[in-house]
Design a protein around this ligand. Structure first.
Ligand code: ADP
Length: 381
């Protein structure tokens, strides 16, 4: 507990999913999830719509009962406990404030439900509202607040009970882009002020996950696909799915020809190949910002198919060796034009070789970020 921080918590922290499965009828929507969120850690559950993220969060909250497996909070098995005995705070996408209650009464609501002594309630409400910068709005009704302010009140309500675990389900997705980036910074500050609280953050937005999370758990089709720090997942993804869902990726089908060598449609490339056996099909992953223009190592010659100016970079798409390759190029004085011949290259150490076929078809959803879809298109074409 940090001294001087009124909302600091001594409540049990840390979450463990121990082989947690959830099914609706025949449909398994969470398949044997094993995952640990350390005390004080922000874990993002990132994945396309329908991949089981909210179900995992609701299993921690106690709103869905696992078909098998256990959920532990602070090392204690809470699987049989009702939500109000788990020491969790939860915030969902749609604020869910009571419209007929003032801000302070909304925040007090959870405290009353937790049988907090009456004499303590007013003080705890003020503490929680101060934590989110909303103390001046205590006497307002939700309708008198902006979306961002309502969401802050919802967070204050979740924090008032001093939970050891904070569950956030797409908390920013109802906000417009400008408010969202402000709230992201707010959440990062809140995390610094509550260093003991474990936060599980469900999102389909990779920017939110990369910005906020200490680690990201990548979900697809009811399963955990990958888990690591944002940097690990970005630099060293283990699957095509992670590579394309976390950041932009060129994914090229290659054949391993020997130690450190692969073949891309007749062009030999030097890449790290510690594990893959000669003759094996693999997928080469190179981030667009690590592709250079002109002669260099691993040069690929082709034709420019698209040029997009993006302010600080030009994104050049080219067709090379029968495949599309994207390059994000900085300070390009003389950008190539559509149809120009072009040579692109990348350093061996910037390439990652992935097992082929580790990109389960993305569950296409209007919410899924644009980037992965583009990368999928590169992968298949
Ligand atoms: P995500 O949060 O990744 O979008 P969810 O965990 O909400 O995914 O849902 C996973 C799957 O479970 C989806 O296919 C969804 O339709 C299904 N599902 C969720 N809740 C229910 C429910 N109450 N009854 C039946 N199916 C459900």
């Amino acid at each position: 507990m940090s001294p001087g921080n009124p909302a600091a918590t001594a409540a049990p922290s840390g979450i463990r999913f121990d082989g947690v499965s959830v099914a609706y009828g025949e449909n398994t929507v969470l398949d044997r999830l094993d995952l640990t969120v350390e005390p004080g850690e922000v874990m993002a559950l990132l994945g396309p719509s329908g991949s089981g993220k909210t179900t995992a969060l609701r299993a921690v909250a106690g709103f869905v009962r696992p078909a098998s497996g256990r959920v532990l909070i602070g090392g204690r098995d809470v699987t049989p406990l009702p939500p109000n005995q788990r020491g969790i705070g939860m915030v969902v996408q749609q604020y869910a404030l009571f419209p007929h209650l003032k801000v302070k009464d909304n925040v007090a609501f959870g405290l009353k439900a937790h049988r907090t002594p009456k004499a303590e309630i007013a003080g705890r409400v003020t503490e929680a509202l101060e934590l989110v910068g909303m103390a001046a709005y205590a006497a307002r009704y939700p309708r008198e607040l902006s979306g961002g302010q309502q969401q802050r009140v919802a967070i204050a309500r979740a924090l008032a009970i001093r939970p050891g675990v904070l569950l956030l389900d797409e908390p920013l997705s109802a906000l417009d882009a400008r408010l969202r980036s402000g709230m992201l910074a707010e959440l990062a500050r809140l995390h610094r002020e509550l260093p003991d609280v474990s936060i599980l953050y469900v999102t389909h937005d990779q920017v939110e996950a990369l910005t906020l999370a200490d680690r990201i758990a990548v979900m697809d089709r009811a399963r955990l696909q990958d888990c690591g720090t944002p940097e690990e997942l970005y630099r060293r993804p283990r699957t095509e799915f992670t590579a394309s869902f976390v950041g932009n990726a060129n994914l090229l089908p290659v054949t391993v020809t020997g130690p450190g060598r692969v073949d891309l449609a007749g062009t030999a490339l030097d890449v790290p190949t510690d594990t893959a056996a000669p003759g094996a099909a693999a997928t080469l992953c190179v981030r667009p910002h690590l592709v250079g223009i002109g002669a260099g190592p691993n040069a690929l010659t082709g034709t420019v198919t698209e040029v997009q100016w993006r302010g600080s970079t030009h994104r050049v798409h080219a067709e090379v060796a029968g495949h599309r390759l994207m390059a994000d190029l900085r300070e390009l004085r003389d950008p190539p034009a559509l149809g120009d011949p072009v040579t692109l290259h990348f350093a061996s150490e910037d390439a990652v070789l992935l097992p082929a076929g580790t990109a389960p078809e993305a569950t296409e959803s209007p919410e899924a970020p644009e980037t992965p879809k583009k990368a999928q298109a590169v992968a298949s074409g």
